[in-house]
Each structure stands twice: as structure tokens, then as C-alpha cells.
Design a protein around this ligand. Structure first.
Ligand SMILES: NC(=O)CC[C@H](N)C(=O)O
Length: 337
């Protein structure tokens, strides 16, 4: 009988990378003060025995880090392992446990480069498993539920936090401490409740199977950096980043991705030197930067990131630059992905 149920269940692999979902604090009252990336994947799986009712689950410890320390090499390593598993006939879905600080970057990266329609779910938690009202167990349970469902196929990389199913492209960490940390300007794609998913919308942008990028052909990622804008900003950071070898600079701009008159000449100069200038916005609830609004992008040969926040714009710029250094092509990609 047990063998029969196992046959019917989907095979889901959990790739663990660290974060608070693998965190541990000194006492149950420590919901915010704890160490991330302490608990191994076997212990995480053992902590949620109900997973075995959803899927045949096995785990792999890919790394054990707090996600603010993730590097481009870590991204490539994770992306390649996901692709290998996605190619495997006996894998139906993949879950990645991840720190929440850069979860939105990893989810978007995988959404761009994984050529599969199998569900890939990135999940984290806001409280460590040792805390009262820890959210990791349920988030992980929901991730495995979505990963093992047929309806999740072909919807791109997804994020399950706080009962919501979010698109890995759109979702962003909007607030810390609180468990409803992950939001998208365009709303969640669905809900997952008691292991069942309820879908409401589809991602409109190109992803996974429909993407022109493929992790298998990406050997390395170019250096793309972000410079933050604010009143009285100087051009020092922009120049320094270019000098240290940045191929593109994401302007984390105010408002509509506006650029201070103190910075414009430096960015014009850097573009002439071959550095790509990509205007995004750091407004909190979702920026929306349009070409030639605020700045004459056609004239300066700059690119706009449209609704991508600066950290997501960095991910797309890196991936895009592995294919082209043509600013028109880059702009096309920023509209399409
Ligand atoms: N809630 C979290 O996962 C944050 C923990 C840590 N800073 C990380 O991103 O890995």
C-alpha cells in the first residue's frame, strides 16, 4: 500500500541554501535576533512530517548562507543544479529554500534562465524555526504542495510565502520583520491553503520555456552594479563603480527614475566609455520608468528598467549582457522580461 501511494505522489527535490528558514535563535521569544543558515536540510524536512503526504521529498544542501552574501557564482551553481534536476525524468518539481533578503533576485534569475516547465518554487521564512509562530514550516509545506501540483507547470518560477503564490519575477521583499513581507505591485498569482492551490492570474512576461536565456550556455555573469540616488547625491559612486569594471550601472533613481543634474554629465560620459546606463526607480511600492520621461534616453543612449526594481534590473542586465551589448537589444529585453 505504501509503495502504491509513493508511486502516485510527485517527486520533489528541495535544494537548501540557508536563510532564516534554516535559522535558529537562543529562545522562542527570539523572532528577530537569531542566526540564519544553521539548520541542515534533513532536519528541516524532518520538522515537517506532513510533507510526505504531499510528495516523495528528498533534500540537497547546495549551500548554507545568509542570502545577503550570495554571489554571482552561487547563483550560477544553484541555477545549474536546478537545470540538472529539471532534466531528470524522476523529478517533477523543485523547491529552493532561501534567505529572504535576496530571494527575489534568485527567483527572478531562475525565472529567466531555467528551460523547463516543471514547477520551481523559491521559499523562505521571516522567523526562525525556533521562534513562536515560526512561518517556515507552513511556507515549506505550501512550497512542496505547489511544486508537486500539475497546475503550477509553465507558470515560471514561483514564491510561496504567507499563503500566497507570487511570480518570481514580480515579487519583492517590501517589509522586514513582518511575515507578510513579500508582495508584488501586480498582485499574487494565487493562494495556497491547506496544501491546495487556487490560481487567479498568469504571468504576462517571458520566462523559463519561452525565455531566450539558458543557464546551460551561461559561463559567467558580468559585473553589474547599482548606485542609489537621493537629494544632494554626487557622481562619486557611479564613477567608482565604472572604474572597478562595471559593464552596466543600474541607476536606483528617485521617482520616475529621475537623475540629478549633478549626476547626468557623469552618466553621459560613462555611456560614451561603453558602460550601459539603466534607469530604474527605488520607490517602495513599485517603480514605473518610461523611456524619455524625466531624461532623454534616446539622445543619451540609456535604457529604462520599466517596472523592475534596481536589484531585479541588475539580474536582467547581467543575463542580457551575456547575449548582447547593444542598448536597443537590452531595452527590448527590459520590455519583454
Ligand atoms: N528572513 C530571512 O531569511 C533573512 C535572513 C538573512 N538575512 C537572509 O537573507 O538569509
Amino acid at each position: 500500500k505504501e509503495a502504491e501511494t509513493q508511486q502516485k505522489l510527485a517527486n520533489v527535490v528541495i535544494l537548501a541554501t540557508g536563510g532564516t528558514i534554516a535559522g535558529a535563535g537562543a529562545s522562542a521569544a527570539n523572532s528577530a535576533t537569531y542566526q540564519a543558515a544553521k539548520v541542515g536540510i534533513e532536519q528541516l524536512i524532518a520538522g515537517v512530517p506532513e510533507l510526505s503526504q504531499l510528495a516523495n521529498v528528498r533534500g540537497e544542501q547546495v549551500m548554507q548562507i545568509a542570502s545577503e552574501s550570495i554571489t554571482n557564482d552561487n547563483l550560477l551553481q544553484l541555477g545549474r543544479r536546478v537545470a540538472e534536476l529539471a532534466d531528470s525524468k524522476d523529478v517533477d518539481g523543485i523547491v529552493i529554500t532561501h534567505g529572504t533578503d535576496t530571494l527575489e533576485e534568485t527567483a527572478y534569475f531562475l525565472n529567466l534562465v531555467e528551460k523547463t516547465d516543471k514547477p520551481i518554487i523559491v521559499v523562505g521564512s521571516m522567523r526562525p524555526g525556533t521562534a513562536m509562530s515560526a512561518d517556515g514550516m507552513l511556507n515549506l509545506y505550501n512550497a512542496v504542495a505547489v511544486a508537486s501540483s500539475k497546475e503550477a507547470r509553465g507558470k515560471g518560477v514561483l514564491v510561496t510565502m504567507n499563503d500566497e503564490i507570487q511570480s518570481g519575477r514580480d515579487v519583492s521583499k517590501m517589509i522586514n520583520i513582518k511575515t507578510e513581507a513579500f508582495k508584488s505591485a501586480w498582485g499574487p498569482l494565487g493562494m495556497v491553503v491547506e496544501g491546495k492551490s487556487y490560481w487567479f492570474r498568469m504571468p504576462a512576461k517571458r520566462h523559463t520555456m519561452d525565455s531566450e536565456f539558458d543557464i546551460k550556455t551561461i559561463e559567467s555573469l558580468p559585473n553589474v552594479e547599482i548606485a542609489y540616488s537621493y537629494g544632494n547625491v554626487s557622481d562619486t559612486a557611479y564613477k567608482a563603480l565604472a572604474q572597478s569594471g562595471a559593464k552596466a550601472i543600474i541607476h536606483a533613481g528617485t521617482g520616475n527614475g529621475s537623475v540629478s543634474s549633478r549626476v547626468v554629465p557623469a552618466l553621459q560620459g560613462l555611456r560614451k566609455d561603453g558602460v550601459q546606463i539603466i534607469r530604474s526607480s527605488h520607490v517602495n511600492a513599485g517603480g514605473f520608468v518610461l523611456r524619455n520621461a524625466e531624461q532623454p534616453d534616446d539622445k543619451y543612449d540609456w535604457v529604462v528598467a520599466h517596472d523592475l526594481n534596481p536589484q531585479k534590473a541588475r539580474i536582467l542586465a547581467m543575463v542580457a549582457l551575456t547575449k548582447t551589448n547593444d542598448s536597443k537589444e537590452l531595452q527590448r529585453m527590459f520590455w519583454e522580461y
